[in-house]
Write a protein that binds this ligand. Structure first.
Ligand code: 5AD
Ligand code: SF4
Length: 464
């Protein structure tokens, strides 16, 4: 769920008393899109609320990547039906990938959904909402070759971290993936507008920016590639950490790795989805690289950025996957020793090429293979975390930890979460923390070398 606080500076219109409640599912692109949607609606007088009761408009920003993501939305809609019964005026909208994929199938007579809006059509939301308030259901799902919402300032949650979408869509057509059908063709935002946004965020006290795209390293704008964009973003402010996600191993160029090595404020963390450790399966997936190519890229990354942290995505049970293919995946994991991984059971998606390959790996086999993958990763993560004992990391302070307000939480450039006893630090400050203990998910430590703190302007003196 997204909670947005609207401050006078963020809104340039008077609220009309109408309230919008948004729930966001799926990837970070959706979280960034929700901020665009809130900005578009705010201009029409909608204030954001974190309470569904009392809202005039309820939006679900949805994900289609696997079937279970869509099932969650169907269940949620059944639940929202109770709210609509109590308040028949309530307008319910479905946004995002599921809207684009299922289109008018979501607008049947007995459905509580009033409007269905795909990822490239958020500008027409106010019009559709207004028609829906007069009882007319609405659909806007056309994909665009040019839309980047370049001119819309996202309505961000207060804090120290922000996302910036730098490109939209994907042209890779991995055979299992629905994204090219729900988010359309690849298109990049202008470099200037992205750098201006980093500058704006830096001026407003943000300390961390994640550049987002389905496939960021194919970013291209007037001859400038993703490495050029990264260095331009990093040059804005040495106190702003730059992160990015997601990359494709085929586009992980030497220039990009060299750029990361060169700039201290580009975080030493790369999410590089491998998907499978079998060349045969990688080919069927249309991933366009081999295990050897992938390993060669990992070696290059580690050669230029020795303390880099790496994470990945893995799919278990792709059509025709054999025990040998599965062993190949476990082997790649053992060779790379990822710091973290997102691991999934294959889920067939209509319209994709893999859909036609059938779904011949039985569910219990998929489950067992996924379990083996998860267990291996958990043991590697735990070992890697133990290897950090005694090391000192520069930590960007985020604030109190959820579990215990006396403990504070921050993150290293390598994206490790670090817990430390509360001291007189402010969110957004950089401190050095020495690791004393570690679990498989978290590092626990104490602040050292207080004289070496990188003081920044306290956030409460800045207008956000
Ligand atoms: N089934 C399972 N996992 C999938 N992913 C994408 N499509 C599917 C699918 N049909 C995974 C990939 C991708 C991540 C975002 O989701 O690993 O990198
Ligand atoms: Fe999907 Fe492949 Fe594009 Fe990633 S690169 S969004 S997995 S098609």
């Amino acid at each position: 769920m997204t909670q947005i606080e609207i401050t006078p500076e963020m809104t340039d219109v008077q609220s009309t008393g109408k309230q919008v409640y948004v729930e966001t599912y799926g990837c970070q692109m959706n979280l960034a899109d929700t901020e665009i949607v809130l900005s578009v609606l705010n201009k029409e007088g909608f204030a954001s609320t974190d309470q569904i009761e009392g809202a005039d408009l309820v939006l679900l920003n949805t994900c289609s990547i696997r079937d279970n993501a869509e099932q969650r939305i169907h269940h949620r809609l059944a639940n929202i039906a109770h709210h609509k019964k109590k308040n028949p005026e309530l307008v319910v909208g479905l946004l995002g990938c599921m809207a684009e994929r299922m289109r008018k199938d979501l607008l049947t007579d007995d459905s509580i959904v009033d409007i269905v809006v795909g990822p490239d059509q958020y500008r027409v939301l106010p019009e559709l909402v207004s028609e829906a308030r007069h009882g007319e259901k609405g659909l806007a799902v056309k994909l665009s070759r040019v839309e980047t919402y370049d001119d819309i300032t996202p309505m961000r949650t207060e804090g120290i971290s922000a996302w910036i979408s730098v490109m939209r869509g994907c042209d890779k057509f991995c055979t299992y993936c629905v994204v090219p059908f729900t988010r359309g063709r690849e298109r990049s935002r202008s470099l200037r507008s992205i750098v201006d946004e980093v500058k704006y965020l830096s001026d407003h006290g943000f300390r961390e920016v994640t550049l987002l795209g389905q496939n960021v390293n194919s970013y291209l704008w007037e001859g400038k590639d993703f490495a050029d964009l990264l260095s331009a973003a990093a040059a804005v402010d040495p106190l702003i950490r730059i992160r990015y996600t997601t990359s494709h191993p085929q586009d992980m160029s030497d220039k990009l790795i060299e750029t990361m090595a060169e700039w201290p404020n580009i975080c030493n963390y790369i999410h590089l989805p491998v998907q499978s450790g079998s060349n045969r399966v990688l080919e069927l997936m249309n991933r366009t690289y081999t295990v050897d190519h992938y390993m060669e890229r990992i070696e290059k990354i580690r050669e230029l950025i020795p303390d880099v942290a790496l994470s990945t995505d893995i799919i278990a049970g792709f059509p025709t996957e054999t025990e040998e293919d599965h062993q190949g995946t476990l082997e790649v994991m053992s060779r790379v020793r990822y710091d973290g991984a997102y691991m999934f059971k294959y889920s067939p998606r209509e319209r994709t090429k893999a859909w036609a390959m059938g779904d011949d790996v039985p569910d219990e086999v998929k489950t067992r293979r996924l379990q083996e993958i998860i267990e291996l990763q958990n043991s590697i993560s735990a070992e890697k975390n133990q290897s950090h004992l005694g090391k000192t990391f520069e930590v960007l302070v985020e604030g109190p930890s959820k579990r215990d307000p006396l403990e504070w939480k921050g993150r290293t450039g390598e994206n490790h979460v670090v817990i430390f006893p509360r001291s007189d630090v402010d969110p957004g400050e950089y401190i050095n923390v020495k690791v004393d203990r570690a679990t498989s998910a978290t590092l626990i430590g104490t602040e050292v070398d207080e004289g070496g703190r990188r003081k920044v302007i306290p956030l409460d003196t800045l207008a956000i």
